[in-house]
Design a protein around this ligand. Structure first.
Ligand SMILES: [Fe+2]
Ligand SMILES: [Fe+2]
Length: 164
């Protein structure tokens, strides 16, 4: 695919985040089952539901183009997932893993926030106002998920983890 126009750029970004959202469905499942503390595990389960909604909205956007949804490999999110797998292979204690799970999820939210933040002005530029609104809804939920994770990280009782 050649990428020469704003529309090309938009479609490229859309296919990229569409793939990322699918990867994140599985990743959030894994985070939930790897987490012992209930309020943290619940946050992952809730955001997994929202993630399914993100995929549905992206499919609506593809539909507005009159095109079937397509995925383009999102190497960025795959890298974050790989980084996570490497960490878990070091067999951290459950307390450390719970804490690290939040940190790992925060990184993916930052990625998604940047992706949607880049796509919205492109949609505006090519006159796809309704698509921009849908992407804006996804962006708001990513921001909400990040805020919740930050709050959970800040209130995590560090005493559970030895300092040295
Ligand atoms: Fe998402
Ligand atoms: Fe997200």
């Amino acid at each position: 695919m050649s990428v020469d126009t704003i529309q090309d750029l938009f479609e490229h970004g859309l296919e990229n985040i569409y793939h990322a959202e699918h990867e994140l469905l599985d990743a959030l499942d894994e985070l939930e089952s790897n987490t012992e503390r209930e309020e943290i595990a619940e946050a992952f389960a809730e955001h997994r539901e929202e993630t399914q909604g993100h995929i549905d909205r992206l499919e609506e956007v593809f539909d507005m183009f009159g095109e079937p949804p397509e995925k383009e490999e999102c190497v960025g999110i795959e890298g974050l997932i790989e980084e996570y797998e490497e960490f878990t292979s070091m067999e951290p204690s459950q307390e450390v893993l719970d804490y690290h799970n939040m940190a790992a999820a925060e990184k993916t939210e930052h990625y998604e926030i940047a992706a949607y933040g880049n796509l919205i002005p492109l949609a505006d530029q090519i006159g796809m106002d309704e698509a921009a609104d849908l992407l804006e809804e996804n962006l708001r939920e990513e921001q909400g998920a990040l805020d919740e994770l930050k709050e959970l990280t800040e209130t995590y009782e560090m005493d559970a983890i030895p300092a040295e």
